[in-house]
Design a protein around this ligand. Sequence first.
Ligand code: IVH
Length: 713
Amino acid sequence: MAKKTVKRAPTALRKPMPTSEDPEAEIARLSAEISRHDALYYREDAPEISDAEYDALRRRLSQLEDAHPEFKRAESPSATVGAPPVGAFGKIRHEVPMLSLGNAFDDQDVTDFVQRVRRFLNLGEGDPLDVMAEPKIDGLSISIRYENGSLVQAATRGDGAEGENVTANVKTIKEIPHVLEGKAVPEIIDIRGEIYLAHKDFEKLNAAQAASGGKVFANPRNAAAGSLRQLDSSITAKRPLRFFAYAWGAASKLPADTQAGVAAAFGRWGLPINPLVRVSGDPSELLAFYREIESKRAKLGYDIDGVVYKVNRLDYQERLGFVSRSPRWAIAHKFAAERATTVLNKIDIQVCRTGALTPVAKLEPVTVGGVVVSNATLHNEDEIARKDIREGDTVVVQRAGDVIPQVVEVVLDKRPKNSHPFKFPKLCPICGSHAVRESDEDGNAADVVRRCTGGLICAAQVKERLKHFVSRNAFDIEGLGAEKIEFFFDTGRIKSPADIFTLEKRDQISDEPLITLRGFKETSVRKLFAAIDARRNVPLDRFLYALGIRHIGETTAKDLAKAYGTFEALRAAVDAAIGAGKESDAYQDIDNIEGIGETVVDALIDFFGEAHNREQIDALLHEVTVAPFVRTQTKESPVTGKTVVFTGTLTKLTRNEAKAQAERLGAKVSGSVSKKTDYVVAGAEAGSKLDNARALGVTVLDEDGWLALIRGA
Ligand code: IVH
């Protein structure tokens, strides 16, 4: 990527707030945006944004997903890497998936990473934990298979599971040996690494391209990708591509038991490895290495975009395993992104579906990292007060931690004399209802978000709910977008979800049918009614998601659908829990569902407890049929579908490890023992849970018993 000088700000200023006034909408928007950029980057080699900006999007998404797992989408880009292969080349399925790396953006993130690893491995203070650090190469990753030392196949990352067969092209790269020489070369090994172009070769290539009227590449990474993905490998052969080996996929045997040891063996076998490495057990030494690399960055002669830290011991790597799309044993410490200064003209207050009043900064347009920015998020009332952001201020904006750029700080020297602190409205700007901050039991302002109390009388909220109802992952009604909803609402045609499905009938007897209105034609109206009719049968998970119950996003909706199968069963379960109290079986039964916690149970109870919500649902159920949830069969293990409780001190596994392993095998891990528990795995000094298990006659296993049960799964 074209690297620009970057200025770093103190950590406290750079850390974005994980809050969002409408996290669900932001997650949806981010997911769509990331997928689009994935396609541009991986398939078309034509990114529109810088890597740092892209990372910012992903980072914001994972922050929001962590804070609001209920809104995490089933097909979230955070669970995938890259984009599916394009098709001109043959496809190769990676025997071991090619994953990505989690990101660290500051020193704290790095020390957190080390702490996390230590905790997971249950290491004592005196136990050493060596980490290997090396530059993160900004090229494209590749997996090269050697069998009995000979290069037999090479594949791009693709979507992580399946890449493109670029064997012929990779064979033209001089730095990549066709035969591995030396000792301990395994029978089979997939070497993973990065193909890149050196700066000087990139400049030469672009000059030649320009002279011949060919494609001029935006940066070395794109040039490398474009060169590798030539269908004619004689063209690739003319491009001086280079390679660094830094990891591996499938391997019949490894030449060492540490990351650094394996890398050294790669070197002996004739593979290029990066000489800039440091192995240390001291996080401050790793950070010093990061700064050293950062200072050398411009002179390296090739693009890097950070430093990668990897736990050195391979047995530790094995135990740490993976979470979602990245290994727990490695992290990328990225170099910082760009900022710019501009004038904040006005602070706008928008009202979301949940009634949240969202402040948005209207900026004098400014270019940040190659993108023109005119809006920035201000997060919430407290954030504005904390930074004392005022209309008319000159502010620093940054795209690092946010898709929607952030206002980082005010340039006080440039503050106009007549400026005054921003007064956050206490009334909803749309319906005039009181806007309040939910407080905790002590009356402290617990929620950073101020919400309009207008509910269904607030036009903004109702409109946003209707828009959500028809949106792509909900009812997905084609031709009924945000604009139409606004129009139908404002003209009194659609005030509630059920109205959507009675629209046609009412239109037939209306004095002013749609076709008589401007902007509507007979065919478009017919299509709209057909699109509405096509959704009269809706899968349970979509239906639940569409209702827009707080804290119930796509993933949670699926979890509930899976657990209850039908809407009637879910409704009966919630009805039983209304007013029954947290300790009741009815409440606990919902709470015990995998993926569901008290926040969701409370939200369900609140929602179904409201008469007007029940009325709206009943009216809707007159119009639509909710299809029961259909389970897809996954591979069975001895503990699939079983509920397991771990208690006491385990010796061979940490509690987290045991939990992650059990979940991977399809078991539900619960914190409390009940009649429904299948196994209690009791370590040393197990207490009341073990007693409960015995009293209830639940099968009790010791650690070895558990390991024996899941062996081979
Ligand atoms: S280790 C499981 N080391 O960065 C992944 N990756 O953003 C282990 N990358 O997919 C990867 N330089 O393509 C590793 N020295 C390095 C790297 C590196 C660049 C790439 C790699 C990875 C991506 C993650």
